[in-house]
Design a protein around this ligand. Sequence first.
Ligand code: NCD
Length: 322
Amino acid sequence: MSGGFHHRHLLGVEGLTATDVLHLLDTAEAFFAVSRRPVRKVPTLRGKTVINLFYEASTRTRTSFELAGKRLSADVVNMSVAASSVKKGETLYDTCKTLEAMQPDVVVMRHGASGAPHFIASRLRCAVINAGDGMHEHPTQALLDAFTIRRAKGRLDGLTVAICGDVAHSRVARSDALLLRLFGCTVRVVAPRTLLPDGIESTGVEVYDRLEPALDGADVVMVLRIQRERLEGALLPSLREYARTFGLGPRQLAWAKPDAIVMHPGPMNRGVEIDTTVADGPKSVVLDQVEAGVAVRMAALYLLAGERRGEGDGVHEPASEG
Ligand code: NCD
């Protein structure tokens, strides 16, 4: 478990190597086993402090960072921005300096502005993890997706992955595509033209505007949420129309490989981008993604706050903490 991850922060998949990713995933495997024990706790980060600073709504990401910190025995503080001095006009810089005076080891941040975690990382002494910044990156989601794919398929290399839906507004699509390309995967994106970012072709992904050819031969079908909160103007004529042409139902899923898996980062708009029978069907690994999220976030916290300071490897210690 030692060596291998030499970053101070985890701000994006951009900047990570395939070796970094594998090191994180292998570390996460050990923590995945911890989370399946009767006592799901190790003393690895005892005495460390993690602050969750979420400026945008979150269910899975915030809860799993909290659980990850607690399972590592860190003290975890969730700052609810809605109930904080941010509402009184405090700047991001002042909020961060204030939190820093409380000596955290890691600040986990989600923010609606792309680059916000990078801004604070360059100004704080502690480690910063990006839990989603605007339409830019969501590195721990890409890592948990990779973890889930590797478990289901036995490998990451050379797979064909179709990412379907609102790619333009999706930090998940961006981070996933960057990560999968590190492993030589064929990454296809499929969406109405209005939901694809300009210049996407130059990023090395294949671009489709119809589901059938995009799903043909796919090992992994990744469905994205229509980000209604980020849709400006009339990018989509109607959700019903979208569901009819781009929604993933059993008929469309049959175009992918027979052993294809279906992923969705959540929250799902059932009946819009994904049909309920598919979301809850045998090919869906949506809840495996959630379980992987805790293990991957334990690995990220451990590699940034524990191992770096030369401390013991609590993964292999008996689960003695209550
Ligand atoms: C995603 C996000 O917030 O970027 N959700 C998540 O973290 N699991 C995707 C989304 O909101 O659609």
